[in-house]
Design a protein around this ligand. Structure first.
Ligand code: NAD
Ligand code: MG
Length: 396
């Protein structure tokens, strides 16, 4: 008999948040929606609250709280505000499981709060781990949190590793981790056209429906760069043990190669409800609403080496991982600023990685010993990236 788990969804109105609620709602005997959060689209949060009746809802600002309050039945859902509210639901004594699905650095503090409270932590917010890897993993260890990857590649790797895996790849006979990547919408676009692609073109991913920031990250392949760093922290993989494989069908979600030459892969339709359901029910398996994989329709699976000149972000990802210290936080913050600049049409597509590289060159890596060090590196990189963005925008 499974005990009912109280679920807190950070970023409930996003792509991952909504898929999480979809899976959880299929299993009301297992999951109770205990808390929800959103930063915008308060109407939608209101609807989610009416449907799921959570004990708490968190919004960013007091004005949003007033709007939300008018939409809710009195006495059911308490409304909390801002970072403090997020930290409170993430660490609440009655929260069993936290889905960390806020996009970007904004998710770091509440996600870390869940780790420090020893929760079962479903990590979609890869930026939090990229920024604060050593601090985050230490919090997981010290407080016995159960960290389960939601990113489809890392969830696949997790499924391909032995149950007894304890963080030492070599000790478990693993030779390499093979992260697959679709190559995004511009895998075959002529290089001469990349300068003028629009935000809508960049967000039209061939296989996955996602939020706009991660969609742009997929188009530059910065998403894979962040995932290389994520794989390092989750599985203890060195840069040499992580290989990126272009796989346009997005059916093989990633692979693990063993010393004896065996390569174990996890396959499925590109639907985030699969890794979400896997992590929600772990170590059991539950229905996720995902269709059976039709291999006859898929027909073929293609694989190719990534083109590092087309996708310089990949090189920057390996560089940040090798440099260590504040470098991954710098990479992540510069990327967030540059992507925002691109989405606001102030930066051309190819300038995204150019800005990030300029910021990394300007800010040499520093040691990271605390959350404050991470937040300082993040702030410095944002300031520098803002200046770089303005300089490029002025030239346009
Ligand atoms: P999204 O943009 O669709 O949703 C983001 C959510 O975070 C929304 O609920 C939004 O209200 C909230 N949010 C945004 N800024 C916030 C802030 N400053 N403070 C508090 N809340 C804020 O994003 P998504 O596609 O669902 O991605 C969420 C996370 O999951 C990202 O870190 C992304 O990299 C990761 N991820 C997503 C996918 C996917 O298929 N969408 C796959 C793998 C990993
Ligand atoms: Mg991914």
């Amino acid at each position: 008999m499974n005990r009912l788990q109280n679920l807190a969804v950070l970023g409930a109105t996003g792509s991952i948040g909504r898929s999480t609620l979809d899976v959880a709602a299929r299993h009301p005997q297992r999951f109770r929606i205990f808390a929800l959060s959103a930063n915008e689209r308060i109407d939608e949060l209101g609807e989610l609250c009416l449907r799921h009746q959570p004990r708490y809802a968190v919004v960013a600002q007091a004005v949003q709280a007033d709007v939300l309050r008018q939409r809710l039945q009195p006495g059911v859902t308490e409304i909390l505000i801002g970072q403090q509210g997020l930290e409170r639901i993430a660490a609440h004594a009655q929260t069993d499981c936290v889905m960390a699905a806020i996009v970007g650095a904004a998710g770091l503090v509440p996600t870390l709060a869940a780790a420090r409270a020893g929760k079962k932590l479903l990590l979609a917010n890869k930026e939090a781990l990229v920024m604060a890897g050593p601090i985050f993993m230490e919090a997981v260890r010290a407080h016995h949190a159960i960290l389960l990857p939601i990113d489809s590649e890392h969830n696949a790797v997790f499924q391909c590793l032995p149950d007894s895996f304890s963080g030492n790849l070599g000790g478990h006979g693993v030779r390499r981790v093979l992260l697959t990547a679709s190559g995004g919408p511009f895998r075959e676009t002529a290089l001469s056209q990349l300068q003028s692609v629009t935000p809508d073109e960049a967000c039209a991913h061939p296989n996955w429906v996602m939020g706009r920031k991660i969609s742009v990250d997929s188009a530059t392949m910065m998403n894979k760069a962040l995932e290389i760093i994520e794989a390092h922290w989750l599985f203890g993989a060195t840069p040499e043990q992580i290989e990126v494989v272009i796989h346009p069908q997005s059916v093989v979600h990633s692979m693990v190669e063993y010393a004896d030459g065996s390569v174990i892969a996890q396959l499925g339709n590109p639907d985030m409800r699969t890794p979400i359901a896997h992590a929600l029910a772990y170590p059991e398996r539950i229905e996720a609403g995902v269709d059976s994989l039709d291999l006859f329709r898929v027909g073929r699976l293609d694989f190719a080496a990534p083109d590092f000149s087309r996708f310089p972000a990949l090189r920057l990802g390996y560089r940040a991982l090798r440099e260590g210290g504040s470098s991954p936080a710098t990479l992540n913050a510069a990327n967030e600023v540059a992507v925002a600049g691109f989405l606001e049409r102030r930066l051309p597509f190819l300038a995204i990685t150019a800005v990030i590289e300029a910021v990394m060159n300007a800010l040499p890596p520093r040691a990271i010993a605390s959350l404050d060090d991470v937040l300082e590196a993040d702030a410095a990189a944002r300031r520098c990236a803002q200046l770089q963005t303005e300089a490029v925008a002025a030239e346009q």
